[in-house]
Design a protein around this ligand. Structure first.
Ligand SMILES: Cc1ncc(COP(=O)(O)O)c(C=O)c1O
Length: 479
């Protein structure tokens, strides 16, 4: 007999309510106790895998058994991204409104590929993209769509740039031997190289432009590289600049890069995956300079805007070019006009799309933009505190200048010429279970990134983590 959870009957719905209530209470409890978990999972490879049987059960197991496995087997293998001691990578933070919205999205489980396949999803997405654009002070003519990740958005940008530059020939006839060149600094995210590869340009044709002492792209070097390529008969096609690099939060000079791309006729894609949220802060409005000259832009509300993963906002100056690249339906010219509807399957790679706008909308509705701005400012203030602590410790140094809430530091070179102690410090921090930071090697030297950007990180967490670092330093640095 079918399990009752398979029935849309009074009984089935009640069983669902019991299960879902338990799940909701489990989540609330998870947040109540989150600081009791080690931030980074402490298991070894294979530890979780070997605890599961070879096959799915033919007969259902009980709710009790499922929750037991969740707690005893799965949880030890989880890294807790919502733990306030999570300072690694970039945060992938969420908020309660966003979690609730995801439940409703899951409940409706609508496929939002076309306007008709859920008009509200398409129209709310359009509204949300306009609201975010205006909140961030992006150019007023830009339009956009929600993508799953910044990686997909960057691939989408490169495919559009490729078609635009080749007069829409490559998608029809393939490459004809012409060599198209893409430019980015060596600090660009790995998704850039991946997109260059996937779009067929060849990674040999990704030109890494030199950076200054703050790791920002040097525009004169970019221009020189473009000129060299033109001279050699190659086709300069696209520059990908980064507003907030993953390593240290370096900010490429968008304005100068836009001037160059406009002068030489290149596509300019701006990857603002993490730091893009900071544009909503009036005191960072200067970061918007030059964006009006860019062709496409991505930032991730799922990183630093308290909207659950996955939610990546992708904007373009000219949606016609995007839709023409992505659509497999000749009606694209009709649907991309303002008085008609948007079929968002034509604004990105996948056909099927989740109703992601709901969580963006619910989060912004229930938190309001003032609270979001204060939270960002709070995170930046925490980073300023960390910066001061590091600068006043005789054993530590800042590796690069702080950018927003991204602090990079290391044990001083005279104490740690090869960077081994810095690496050890990061391992010990992460093994402690109390905090999680990323060790990175930039320009050949190791550093630790400390990014206080998790939704619930407070001053007390910074103080506790600092005490932990102090005790580890005493252990690690020889007398
Ligand atoms: C600057 C930058 N670009 C792109 C990405 C990739 O983001 P996603 O996981 O949304 O593809 C990251 C991830 O941290 C990033 O820091």
């Amino acid at each position: 007999m079918d399990p009752v959870l398979f029935h849309n009957s009074e009984e089935g719905r009640q069983a669902y309510v019991d299960l879902a209530s338990r799940a909701v209470l489990w989540i609330a409890d998870y947040y109540r106790n989150i600081e009791n978990y080690p931030v980074r999972s402490q298991v070894l490879p294979g530890d979780i895998y070997k605890q599961f049987p070879d096959q799915f059960p033919a007969q259902p197991v009980t709710d009790d058994e499922v929750f037991r496995i969740l707690q005893e087997v799965i949880m030890p293998g989880m890294t807790h991204w919502q733990h306030p001691g999570f300072y690694a990578f970039f945060p992938g933070n969420t908020s309660f409104p966003s979690i609730a919205a995801e439940m409703i999205t899951a409940g409706m489980s609508a496929q939002c590929m076309l306007w008709e396949s859920s008009p509200a999803a398409a129209e709310l997405e359009q509204r949300c993209m306009e609201w975010c654009r205006d909140l961030l002070g992006l150019p007023s003519g830009w339009q956009g769509a929600i993508q799953d990740t910044a990686s997909s958005a960057t691939l989408t940008a490169l495919l559009t740039a490729r078609e635009w530059k080749s007069g829409f020939r490559i998608s029809k006839r393939g490459f004809d031997g012409t060599i198209y060149r893409i430019y980015a600094s060596a600090q660009a995210h790995s998704s850039v190289e991946k997109a260059v590869r996937l779009a067929g340009f060849g990674t040999d044709h990704l030109v890494h432009i030199a950076v200054d002492e703050h790791l920002a792209m040097i525009p004169a070097q970019l221009e020189a590289a473009i000129q060299r390529d033109l001279h050699a008969g190659l086709v300069p096609t696209c520059v990908i600049s980064t507003l907030g690099t993953t390593g240290t939060g370096a900010i490429d000079p968008i304005h100068a890069i836009s001037s160059i791309t406009n002068q030489y006729g290149l596509w300019h894609h701006v990857d603002a995956a993490y730091a893009g949220s900071a544009l909503m802060l009036e005191e960072y409005a200067h970061l918007r300079a030059g964006l009006e000259g860019a062709d496409s832009y991505v930032f991730n509300p799922h990183k630093w805007m308290f909207v659950q993963f996955d939610c990546s906002a992708y904007y373009v100056r000219d949606p016609e070019l995007l839709v023409r690249t992505m659509s497999i339906n000749p009606s694209y010219l009709m649907t991309s006009q303002g008085d008609k509807v948007n079929d968002y399957r034509d604004w990105g790679i996948p056909l099927g799309r989740r109703f992601r706008a709901l969580k963006l909308w619910m989060t912004l509705q229930l938190l309001g933009t003032d609270a979001i701005k204060s939270k960002l400012r709070h995170h930046i203030a925490l980073a300023e505190k960390i910066e001061a602590l590091v600068m006043h410790d005789l054993r530590l140094e800042l590796a690069y200048q702080r950018s927003l809430n991204i602090v990079s530091f290391r044990i001083k070179t005279e104490l740690d010429p090869e960077g081994k102690l810095t690496k050890k410090l990061s391992q010990e921090i992460n093994n402690s279970g109390k905090a999680y930071m990323t060790h990175a090697v930039i320009e050949g030297r190791g550093l630790i990134r400390w990014v206080p950007g998790q939704t619930y990180t407070e001053e007390v967490h910074i103080e506790n983590t600092w005490r932990l670092i102090q005790s580890l330093l005493e252990k690690i640095i020889p007398e």
